[in-house]
Write a protein that binds this ligand. Structure first.
Ligand SMILES: CC(C)(COP(=O)(O)OP(=O)(O)OC[C@H]1O[C@@H](n2cnc3c(N)ncnc32)[C@H](O)[C@@H]1OP(=O)(O)O)[C@@H](O)C(=O)NCCC(=O)NCCS
Length: 160
């Protein structure tokens, strides 16, 4: 799976090309420190321990580099940046029942907007299995020669 490159500057080069999206009935915002255990548990149950590890890094930053999509008081999705590598966007995940409503697009827009405001000109999406999503929703190009990219072979074993 290749890495993707997303320019953040938009046309003209002097403004962020992406804005936080809006979805009726859904709030997209940064996760807060006191939500740490709840968000980590949700991500681990839905997407596994590896992504939860990346979320833990994002939630350890101030401000957090983790965004959540919230319906009422329920978590519907999340995304992060600056986790395994600086300048990388991801992971991004939307709960099964909430997919297809624009929440993934809204989370991605919020994080790319934040990355531009933090001083990044490009975001890299590492080894994603959802290339089609990024190519559809934002300007994203596959980086030649980026598979396996910066990822060493994974450790094996059970998380206790
Ligand atoms: C990929 C994912 C985040 C999309 O979330 P979502 O909330 O369902 O996406 P949205 O509703 O915002 O979709 C926005 C657009 O992308 C399209 N899209 C969604 N998933 C897609 C995919 N896997 N491939 C191509 N297009 C996709 C939608 O059809 C929609 O198109 P439209 O604007 O023409 O209607 C979600 O399916 C998910 O969590 N998948 C599992 C985890 C994953 O693969 N994460 C990404 C890798 S880090």
């Amino acid at each position: 799976m290749p890495d993707l490159l997303i320019p953040l500057y938009g046309q003209g080069g002097d403004r962020g090309g992406y804005a936080p999206g809006a979805v009726a009935g859904v709030t997209v915002r940064r996760a807060l420190a006191y939500e740490r255990q709840l968000v980590l548990g949700w991500v681990e149950r839905a997407f596994g321990a590896g992504w939860a590890g990346e979320v833990a890094v994002a939630l350890g930053c101030q401000p957090a580099t983790c965004f959540v999509a919230v319906c009422g008081t329920e978590l519907a999705g999340f995304c992060c940046y600056d986790t395994t590598y600086r300048g990388f966007f991801g992971p991004l995940g939307v709960g099964d029942a909430a997919r297809g409503r624009g929440i993934g697009r809204a989370l991605l827009g919020a994080a790319l907007h934040a990355m531009w405001n933090a001083g990044y000109a490009y975001a890299v999406v590492g080894a994603t299995g959802a290339t089609g999503f990024y190519e559809r929703v934002v300007d994203a190009w596959q980086i030649p020669g980026s598979s396996p990219g910066p990822y060493p072979p994974r450790l094996r074993g059970r998380a206790e």
